[in-house]
Design a protein around this ligand. Structure first.
Ligand code: ADP
Ligand code: MG
Ligand code: MG
Length: 248
């Protein structure tokens, strides 16, 4: 069983200190929600873990089963079992969804999946997410609607089977139907018990469908309160105001 351990993580962007000592442990089978106001550093946490070059680590460690991810290249992190669904996925003209997914599976496994097996898994994943079969031949993220982008992220999860999945605002921009399909996908995936999920969100809406085991409130670049799912209900009722005042 895998464990992600974030220890006193400090991160700067363009010489500005953003994360000011984040401590968090996520085990396989657990779902942790990170909630916080805009600009509190939630995406910075996701990008720093994933290895985005703009985010400078100024202190701390991020251990996946004891291996410090911060010392690995971006592709090595993916091979180690880390998956990041970005808040704003990039468009890649000339690369089809199907080719992208097969390359991603190949990169993570270290060998190409058999075509027939991959086609079967891809079809099963797309069916489960109510994705039109024609979608597989479209260019990656090009002209995707908000809902299509998010379904595609969950499809990646199902095919890549990471040890730790970081989902950054997977709920933003979804209508209720898409939110339900995406949430069901996350629930199906986490039911395997083999993946730890870090669900980053601004709104409590998705947490009605995906029940977190733990909720962490983020403000001013650190975790300022922690609790169980009831904390999300409190945030829904009271908002973030109390935290933003305290961290200012
Ligand atoms: P959140 O995801 O919680 O809304 P972010 O991590 O996106 O917060 O942003 C935290 C802070 O870091 C903000 O003040 C934002 O302006 C700054 N920041 C994040 N990324 C960059 C970047 N690439 N360049 C400059 N500033 C950034
Ligand atoms: Mg934001
Ligand atoms: Mg963000």
């Amino acid at each position: 069983m895998s464990t992600l351990e974030i220890r006193d993580l400090q991160v700067a962007v363009e010489d500005k200190e953003i994360l000011r000592g984040v401590n968090l442990t996520v085990r396989a089978g657990e779902t942790h929600a990170i909630m916080g106001p805009n600009g509190s550093g939630k995406s910075t946490l996701a990008y720093a873990i994933a290895g985005h070059p703009k985010y400078t680590i100024t202190g701390g460690q991020v251990l996946l089963d004891g291996v410090d991810l911060l010392e690995l290249g971006v592709d090595e992190r993916a091979r180690a079992g880390l998956f990041l669904a970005m808040q704003y996925p990039v468009e890649v003209p000339g690369v089809s969804v199907s080719n992208f997914l097969r390359s991603a599976v190949t990169a993570v496994r270290g060998e190409a999946p058999k075509l027939r097996e991959f086609a079967k898994d891809l079809k099963a994943g797309m069916d489960a997410l109510s994705i039109d079969p024609a979608f597989a031949q479209r260019n990656l993220n090009e002209g995707f609607s908000g809902g299509e982008k998010k379904r595609h992220e969950i499809l990646q999860l199902e095919l890549l089977k990471p040890k730790i999945a970081v989902l950054d605002e997977t709920d933003s921009g979804l209508d209720v139907d898409a939110l339900r399909v995406v949430s069901e996908g996350i629930n199906r995936f986490r039911a395997t018990g083999e993946t730890g999920v870090l669900l980053i969100t601004h709104y409590t809406r998705i947490l009605r469908y995906v029940k977190p085991d733990f909720v962490h409130v983020f403000a001013g670049g650190r975790i300022v309160e922690e609790g169980g799912p009831e904390l999300a209900d409190k945030l829904e009722a009271e908002g973030y105001e109390a935290y933003t005042k305290a961290s200012a």
